[in-house]
Design a protein around this ligand. Structure first.
Ligand SMILES: Cc1cc2nc3c(=O)[nH]c(=O)nc-3n(C[C@H](O)[C@H](O)[C@H](O)COP(=O)(O)OP(=O)(O)OC[C@H]3O[C@@H](n4cnc5c(N)ncnc54)[C@H](O)[C@@H]3O)c2cc1C
Length: 390
């Protein structure tokens, strides 16, 4: 079966500009992303040229300030762009979300000088970013990270290993969280490390279940020397910066999850209305009709939840709890919807002749990245009942 662009979703968008943006994205998806998605995912090909095109089209800096080359778009618009991209190919949607995450520390906590020097190239000048928090021994317990940055005159020397880095080895810049002080969250500082820094090396990418076109690799920092002018925020502020980036990033993951789920539903509906058994289209059978109805309802609920959290963020209100809820709900919904889509296609759903098996493999990772769904429940519960007592 050839790849095809997903069915257009009827979106509520706040401005004419936002509507034009979605039209532009759909055009790029149809021409440059959807036609090659299945083949390149199977081959594990990273579509660097697509990210260059997105950068040239102003789509890599959408939620950031236009003063430094961003698109000045509200989060509710940016997230719907991510949803459209992820529906066509998660490697691209999630890649844009991770790039945005990598820009967060500089855009939110950098000095005007740092922003002026680096942000334009990051937001619209062709550079691609990566966000480096996880380590081999610290995933969910990210505050126990061990990568060290030691002061040496006006420089910092960074040594350690980061793990699971999306765009590891292909990124132009890395936002790196490293320990500059005592144990725990207050001893961590953020740095902006150039991709060609001496002593920075990426390992061979992980062999993953899905999203094979997106390189995920360990990153070894062996005495990487960078000037203090590349420290982002205050010494010891890094973990707070990392968490703030993740609040926004989780909304990106939620939007990507809804995109993957929508693409799976579109396939399931098309198949169910065409495939006949017992002399009738299988979409006639109530068993499948109810399944499709439940899938569509989960998708609409997920979209409403991430948009509601985004609108809180756009209004400058607290949104951390709602972002965790959106990430949790939308990614669980994507897992369930994509699994059901495989069921709707029967044996054909289990083959690579149709894209639903890819969607199911892609959905799984979204329950893990940027805080597993167990961690999202911890975040939500802390907002409800306060921190755990031990
Ligand atoms: C494809 C991919 C891309 C990624 N990209 C990036 C990236 O770009 N940058 C980056 O920094 N990281 C990235 N990650 C890492 C990701 O964020 C971590 O995998 C995730 O945070 C979980 O950490 P872990 O894998 O070490 O699992 P662990 O933390 O070891 O968790 C293992 C299991 O234990 C559960 N668990 C742990 N603690 C608790 C608890 N207190 N209560 C209940 N359950 C708990 C977890 O939910 C999980 O089910 C990526 C991961 C993948 C797979």
């Amino acid at each position: 079966m050839p790849d095809r662009a997903p069915q257009p979703v009827d979106r509520q968008l706040p401005t004419e500009e936002a509507r034009d943006l979605i039209t532009l994205v759909r055009d790029i998806v149809q021409r440059e992303i959807a036609p090659r998605a299945a083949e390149e995912e199977e081959a594990g090909h990273f579509p660097r040229e697509v990210f260059s095109l997105l950068s040239d089209s102003g789509l890599l800096g959408l939620p950031y300030d236009s003063e430094f080359g961003g698109g000045d778009q509200p989060y509710e618009v940016y997230l719907q762009v991510l949803e459209e991209l992820a529906a066509a190919r998660l490697t691209v949607g999630l890649g844009v979300s991770v790039h945005s995450l990598a820009c967060h520390a500089l855009a939110g906590y950098g000095t005007k000088e740092q922003q002026g020097e680096h942000l334009p190239a990051m937001l619209g000048g062709g550079l691609l970013g990566a966000y480096c928090l996880s380590e081999p021994a610290s995933g969910s317990d990210a505050a126990s990270l061990r990568t060290k940055a030691v002061r040496d005159g006006d420089d910092w020397v960074i040594t350690g290993t980061k793990a699971w880095i999306t765009h590891g080895g292909v990124a132009d810049f890395y936002t790196v969280l490293a320990r500059t002080g005592l144990e725990g969250p207050r001893g961590i500082t953020a740095f902006l490390v150039p991709g060609d820094a001496h002593g920075l090396n990426a390992a061979v990418p992980e062999k993953k279940m899905g999203m094979k076109g997106s390189p995920t690799a360990q990153l070894h920092l062996d005495g990487v020397r960078i000037p203090d002018s590349r420290r982002l925020g205050e010494e010891g502020q890094g973990f707070a910066i990392a968490l703030s980036a993740l609040d926004s990033g989780r909304l990106g993951i939620a939007a990507c999850a809804v995109g993957v789920a929508q693409a799976a539903l579109d396939e399931a509906v098309e198949y169910a209305t065409g495939r006949k058994q017992f002399g009738r289209p299988i979409a006639d059978f109530q068993g499948l009709r109810f399944m499709l109805a439940d899938m569509a309802t989960r998708i609409e609920a997920g979209r409403a939840l991430y948009l509601s959290a985004a609108r809180l963020r756009d209004a400058g209100r607290p949104f951390s709890q709602q972002a965790a809820m959106a990430k949790l709900f939308c990614t669980d919904a994507a897992m369930s919807v994509t699994t059901d889509a495989v069921q709707v296609l029967g044996g054909y759903g289990y083959t690579q002749d149709f894209p639903v098996e890819r969607f199911m493999r892609e959905a799984k990772v979204l329950q893990i990245v940027e805080g597993t769904n167990q961690i999202q429940r911890m975040v939500i519960a802390r907002h409800l009942a306060g921190p755990e007592t031990r």
